[in-house]
Design a protein. Structure first.
Length: 301
């Protein structure tokens, strides 16, 4: 059986961000030349998800392992991508299409965030670290579940690094915003602030936030403000994405929303057309027990 992995990036209005995702997939190909990888985007650019599926089928795929290279599970992961895959299954009924998990609360994410933080503080003592604040910056979502996950990561990052505080902010959609996070960190007595982006690649928002941080530095001239690097080509990101791919390929974990009857109802689908049983393998009643067990349980649906 010929198997092809299809990575889905979010897509950006910024050409640089899209190029970074495509370069990321190319690097995966170089690391694993014996396997076949294709790339597509959810929105804002091409190739689209239907384009990606078509490419895989034209190249003889009998099985397509779909991995969303997306951080948190909000409507894109829970609703939109599964709807594209439903349509693809109807179009190609003889092709096995498996939906893997998004990056989510993978245990190595804390390692990656910690790495990006420590790259900014290599000359600081342990005492200096205790006087430093992290502002963990996410994209922001209308889904409170996704926003809540960022707060969970903030707590774990605080315990890992031992900094004064880890404040959470978002670049849009919801609050608090970056200025709020920085102002709070400074008000708590931080001697320096490191903004750690919870972002995969560059894009319009990353570039805009760098400008905002410079304005904030002007407002807080006595407290140094730094922007850490986004995830980019960090080796841990490759490990995480390939781990998600292996889970799906070996049917050890699925993205719950691909099978979830509640998504079907929300999408006005008839339940008899999607009579999928939710086994323990596919759907954990608690959705996510801990990062330590992230390879053994399903992610949110």
């Amino acid at each position: 059986m010929k198997e092809i992995t299809l990575f889905i990036g979010h897509g950006s209005r910024d050409v640089d961000g899209n190029e970074e995702f495509l370069n990321f997939v190319q690097n995966v190909r170089q690391q694993m030349p014996d396997q076949h990888f294709e790339a597509c985007f959810l929105e804002l650019t091409t190739p689209t998800i239907p384009d990606g599926i078509d490419v895989c089928v034209r190249q003889g795929a009998e099985r397509i392992v779909v991995v969303p290279v997306i951080l948190l599970a909000a409507s894109h992961v829970k609703l939109e991508i599964p709807e594209f895959l439903d349509a693809a299954r109807r179009k190609y009924p003889n092709v096995d299409i498996v939906y893997g998990r998004n990056i989510g609360l993978h245990e190595q994410i804390i390692d990656l965030l910690s790495d990006r933080f420590h790259e900014q503080v290599t000359t600081l003592s342990a005492e200096d670290i205790r006087e430093t604040a992290i502002v963990l910056m996410g994209r922001g979502s209308s889904d409170p579940d996704a926003n809540g996950d960022l707060y969970k990561l903030a707590r774990l990052l605080w315990e890992r690094t031992g900094v004064l505080t880890v404040e959470v902010c978002f670049t849009g959609i919801t609050f608090p915003r970056l200025p709020d996070g920085v102002h709070r960190a400074v008000s708590l007595g931080a001697k320096r602030v490191i903004v750690v982006p919870y972002f995969l690649f560059t894009g319009v928002l990353m570039k805009r936030m760098n400008d905002v941080l410079q304005e904030l530095q002007d407002a807080h001239p006595t407290v140094p403000l730094y922007m850490a690097e986004y995830f980019g080509m960090h080796r841990r990101l490759f490990d995480i994405v390939l781990n998600r791919r292996e889970e799906a390929a070996h049917k050890q974990a699925f993205m719950n929303c691909d099978l979830c009857k509640y998504r079907k109802l929300a999408s006005h689908e008839h339940s008899h057309e999607h009579d999928h049983a939710h086994t323990h393998e596919h759907h954990s009643p608690n959705h996510d027990h801990s990062l330590a067990h992230s390879e053994q349980v399903g992610s949110r649906g």
